[in-house]
Design a binder for this molecule. Structure first.
Ligand code: GLY
Length: 364
């Protein structure tokens, strides 16, 4: 039996998140929410398109007016306005109208870029998220944050635009490489850290089955993780307050991602950022030493880095100052009061950040 949940959007709207083990049931969602006079453009990248775009087209083709595929080269370096421009050109040339639909088939880059195009093309058209990485399933496909990077500033240009629905085929995780899978685990662990100590313990008790990618365990884990994200984004869809808690590990994580020129995966940088933020929390006598050690242990259990070489703590701190999470010139830093409870703190000083950075720095 598939799992499903409904997420409230920004107004009266709501959309469902559907967890399945094939693409077949996509048709049920389509027939329920869309119409056969709509044209569909599947937006995907050069990694995911060859694997799944035919399958998705086949499921829908007799139930839509027309279906086509727009593929762009995979990689964060293509999450740009220039790719959006090519997609606008494609949509205009192929006469896509306001009633038509985009499908984001891929990981976070595809989802964010497709969502942003959908938010802005003809002042907004519908889009469907079909996330194919663990990270995009538990995080970026939910909550309507869309956008692109701008001159290496991550997600600097964007819009809130909720999907029509989110459809996950968990079977695709079988083919995900180990590093990509671990990268998604970082966001899942983060959900436990900021909101749910029992979920954190559940992950710790299920490390073996998760690593084996046991289907039932993975389904339960993704469902629990999506529930946490759903509850947060429902209460604060446009990040006026509480949603910022989801940025735990991201202030320093994004800065590392940038200095490493996006050569490290997002989840790997979030793991490093989380360890640094947990260390700062411990130094402030919020988090206990034992909890801090447990946090490092859980990341290591999924082969995520807890320290790294070749970064300059000073440079990282400098980059955090240009982060989107600034407010009135101060960084909105997320700390942990304990495992399962995060807080927003605007008083974290440069010296504290430097100490946190030095904790995750490996010397030769
Ligand atoms: N990924 C953080 C958020 O959706 O707010």
């Amino acid at each position: 039996m598939a799992k499903q949940m409904l997420v409230k959007g920004m107004r009266e709207d709501e959309y469902s998140i559907v967890l399945e083990f094939s693409f077949e049931k996509l048709l049920e969602q389509w027939n329920f929410l869309c119409r056969n006079n709509q044209k569909v453009c599947i937006v995907t990248d050069s990694n995911v398109g060859p694997l799944y775009s035919n399958e998705v087209s086949t499921v829908l083709k007799n139930h839509v007016k027309e279906i086509s595929v727009f593929t762009f080269p995979a990689g964060e370096e293509n999450k740009t306005l220039s790719t959006v421009e090519s997609l606008y050109t494609y949509l205009i040339t192929n006469k896509f109208e306001r009633k038509d639909v985009l499908i984001a088939l891929g990981g976070g880059v595809v989802g964010d870029l497709t969502g942003y195009t959908a938010a802005t093309y003809l002042r907004g058209i519908d889009y469907i998220q079909i996330p194919t990485t663990l990270l995009s399933q538990v995080d970026s496909s939910i909550g309507g944050k869309t956008g692109v990077d701008f001159k290496k500033y991550k997600n600097m240009v964007g819009a809130f635009h909720m999907p029509k629905f989110v459809y996950m085929n968990l079977e695709v995780l079988e083919s995900l490489d180990k590093r990509q899978f671990s990268s998604g685990m970082a966001e899942i662990i983060k959900h436990g850290l900021i909101r749910d100590p029992l979920f954190f313990q559940w992950i710790l008790s299920n490390v073996k089955n998760i690593l084996k990618r046991d289907k039932k365990t993975i389904e339960e884990m993704i469902y629990k993780s999506c529930l946490i994200k759903k509850e947060i984004v429902e209460r604060d869809p446009t990040e006026q307050g509480e949603r910022a808690l989801l940025n735990f590990g991201h202030t320093i994580g994004h800065a590392i991602e940038k200095t490493k020129n996006f050569q490290m995966l997002h989840g790997e940088c979030v793991a490093l950022g989380s360890v640094a933020a947990a260390y700062i929390s411990m130094e402030r006598k919020l988090l206990k030493k034992e909890e801090y050690e447990n946090i490092k242990y859980i990341f290591e259990s999924f082969s995520l880095p807890i320290c790294t070489r070749n970064i300059s703590p000073e440079e990282i701190v400098e980059i955090t100052k240009s982060d989107k999470k600034m407010e009135g010139g101060v960084v909105k830093f997320i700390l942990l009061e304990k495992i399962g409870k995060a807080i927003i703190d605007k008083s974290v000083k440069e010296e504290e950040m430097l100490k946190g950075m030095k904790e995750i720095l490996l010397y030769e």
